[in-house]
Design a protein. Structure first.
Length: 692
């Protein structure tokens, strides 16, 4: 089935190729016969040779196909045959065929290399300004190179070298190519678009850009050949012919570019007909061959001028349209960016490399509390921009000009989230606002200035202050009275309020202590931490640490689930007389018992944090504090500060084991984190049983 299908497709391609070749042979033969009908007796050469243009169109339409040389040879054979059957001498027929081969090959090489768009489209794309000059050069060089063969034929078989014959060969073939090929490419483009059912939007745009009316187009197409005929008949002076080139200029300025070759073709027909009739301004040139050759050269010049002006005009119109579109797009983008810029809640202020204000949005003016009225000053007395006069240090003191955020950035030190106070002169402190400044240097290509982003953090700071109050209220103020034991703790905030806390309270037989960490930061985490502490205390009061943790989780699980949060907890009861330690570790995992001078032993942690998964049955773990042993519990902030590796934890245990008291152990651990960039709260709790 597949073989049959492939054979059917191959047979269809062969039939299509046969039909195409047959059509070309017939068309080329007609072009040759039309040319041979205008043979000059003096030279046995035709006055016109449309076959030259047809051959260029054919070889371009066959671009990229295998055996291209066969197409060129076919052109030569058809040319020789046409000349021979119309009464031409055998030597002349052979010379014409060989010259046609050379001419077509030269033009094909030049177009394929220098007009690739036309070549790749296979005669389905009109000439553009970029193609025009190479096309004209090919139209001249092809006939000029091939004319050598015509000259040699005349020298050998016609009694001598004849420059007039060579001139006629070059002029008529160049004229044929310049007149016919642009027309053929336009038709080819229409056919190609009709096949794929597309519209040439660029051509449509060029038509809309023209300031002429179709009535003017028709008038010019009709007027051009009529004026030439009347003018040529009424004068015999060659010098006054060239003012008619103004019609080509008119066409290049007002006609759509596809109609310019049509005008050239009509003028060519009129001029050639008058010259063939032995009339017109070319009579003063002497021999008929010279008259026809000059007429063809005039036609070539007329067509080239009109086409060049039209294509150049199209390029200008396209460029103008592109610039207009780019301008409109740029304006639309500018309007969009301005709208975004002016509706941002954050303030944006941009300065140049000298620190002078370039642009500032409304939010920045509002945050800086700038007076934007008509009488507002443009420069303060101290040389500082007036919109910066209200910036102060957080304590209310004046900010030095060199400490302005953008000045620090211009000096090479960008700032990030630098908080400063905004208080205009004479304003009450109650109206103070805290603004966060972040700067970034612009690249040299953008002016090498600085862009500053301003954000009002007054409410955030107030919320954090309240959250910090909540967090600090969770920490016990007094140490328990527990003979034979030492208890110490330290909390180091990371700059923002988190959910860490530690707690303890005494029982008759010992002590209950807790270290917990709520996921997240800010007021929400602080509130959850307060809730956790309150519930642990409410459900505690005895040695049953499992019941306290389970009851706390049951009370909080819905709230934790709603906000996708969890709490890690280490909750333990110490029986002071014996040193027995009963604990629940709910996902915390950062507790260890460290003997004096010995190696720390990390306590087992197998339970999940509170709020993770279903309410699970939690178990109690039992340990024992011998005299001299230290129970050390830390938050994950400490783990992060010591690289978060087992080796880092080993170093913590080692430092704590050398401590002589619980307070020294807490201090030693805190000292390990002193050089680290703290990103989370550090919470350390140490309970030491004194040596016997």
């Amino acid at each position: 089935m597949r073989v049959t299908s492939e054979r059917t497709i191959e047979a269809g391609e062969i039939r299509r190729e046969i039909v195409l070749l047959s059509g070309f042979i017939v068309g080329y033969a007609v072009a040759v016969l039309l040319g041979r009908a205008t043979v000059l007796p003096q030279s046995n050469l035709s006055m016109v040779w449309p076959a030259a243009g047809v051959s260029v169109l054919w070889i371009t339409a066959r671009a990229g196909r295998p055996w291209a040389a066969l197409d060129i040879i076919l052109i030569g054979l058809l040319t020789s045959l046409g000349v021979a059957v119309t009464g031409g001498e055998m030597s002349g027929a052979v010379a014409a065929g060989l010259a046609a081969i050379v001419q077509t090959a030269v033009i094909a090489v030049l177009i394929s290399r220098h007009c690739p768009r036309i070549w790749r489209s296979r005669a389905g794309s009109p000439i553009t300004r970029r193609d025009l000059w190479w096309f004209l050069l090919a139209s001249i060089l092809g006939p000029a190179v091939s004319a050598v063969l015509i000259g040699l034929n005349a020298a050998v078989f016609a009694g001598g070298w004849d420059w007039q014959v060579i001139l006629l060969w070059c002029a008529r073939n160049t004229g044929s190519i310049v007149v016919i090929v642009p027309l053929g490419l336009i038709v080819g483009g229409l056919i190609r678009r009709a096949r794929v059912r597309t519209v040439d939007s660029a051509a449509t745009g060029r038509l809309h850009a023209l300031r002429s009316h179709p009535a003017e187009w028709a008038f010019l197409l009709v007027l051009s050949p009529i004026v030439h005929v009347v003018w040529f008949i009424s004068t015999e002076d060659t010098a006054i012919v060239f003012p008619l080139l103004a019609l080509a200029c008119w066409a290049g300025a007002r006609l759509p570019s596809p109609l310019v070759p049509v005008q050239g073709a009509l003028v060519a027909i009129g001029c050639t007909a008058i010259a063939a009739a032995g009339a017109g301004p070319w009579l003063s040139l002497g021999a008929p061959i010279t008259q026809i050759a000059v007429a063809q050269l005039y036609v070539t010049l007329f067509c080239a001028i009109g086409l060049a002006l039209a294509l150049d005009r199209d390029d200008r119109d396209e460029l103008s349209a592109a610039l207009s579109d780019a301008k409109n797009d740029a304006q639309a983008q500018a309007d969009l960016y301005e709208t975004i810029f002016e509706t941002m809640s954050e303030g944006v202020r941009v300065v140049d490399r000298e620190g002078h204000l370039v642009v500032r949005n409304s939010a920045a003016a509002r945050l800086l509390r700038v007076d934007t009225g008509a009488g507002a000053p443009r420069q303060s007395m101290e040389g500082v921009e007036p919109d910066l006069a209200s910036i102060r240090n957080l304590d209310g003191s004046a900010l030095a000009p060199t400490d302005m955020p953008f000045r620090r950035s211009l000096a090479g030190n960008d700032v990030r989230d630098l908080e400063l106070l905004i208080r205009p002169d004479g304003a009450e402190p109650s109206s103070d606002r805290i603004i966060s400044f972040t700067t970034a240097r612009l690249p040299v290509t953008a002016g090498a200035g600085v862009v500053t982003v301003l954000r009002d953090v007054t409410l955030e700071r107030e919320e954090l202050r309240r959250a910090a109050q909540i967090q600090s209220s969770l920490l016990p103020l007094d140490l328990p009275h527990l003979p034979g034991y030492e208890l110490a703790a330290r909390f180091v905030p990371a700059g923002s309020v988190g959910g860490d806390f530690y707690d303890w309270y005494e029982l008759d037989d010992g002590l209950v202590l807790t270290l917990a960490d709520v996921m997240g930061k800010g007021p929400g985490a602080a509130i959850l931490a307060a809730t956790t502490r309150s519930l642990l205390r409410a459900h505690g009061g005895d040695q049953d640490v499992v019941r306290a943790v389970s009851a706390t989780e049951k009370s909080m699980v819905r709230d934790l689930s709603n906000i996708n949060a969890f709490v890690t907890v280490f909750h333990a009861h110490l029986h002071a007389p014996t040193g027995a330690l009963r604990y629940v570790d709910a996902g915390h995992g950062l507790a260890a018992i460290i003997p004096a001078g010995g190696t720390g032993r990390r306590l087992e942690s197998v339970d999940l944090p509170l709020g993770v998964g279903d309410e699970e049955e939690r178990g109690v773990r039992k340990e024992y504090l011998a005299p001299g042993d230290l129970l050390l519990v830390m938050s994950d902030g400490v783990l992060d500060a010591v690289d978060g590796t087992p080796e880092g934890l080993d170093k913590v245990w080692q430092e704590a084991s050398r401590a002589g008291s619980a307070a020294d152990a807490v201090g030693a651990v805190a000292a390990l984190t002193a050089s680290a960039a703290i990103e989370d709260d550090l919470t350390i709790l140490a309970l030491r049983r004194q040596p016997a």
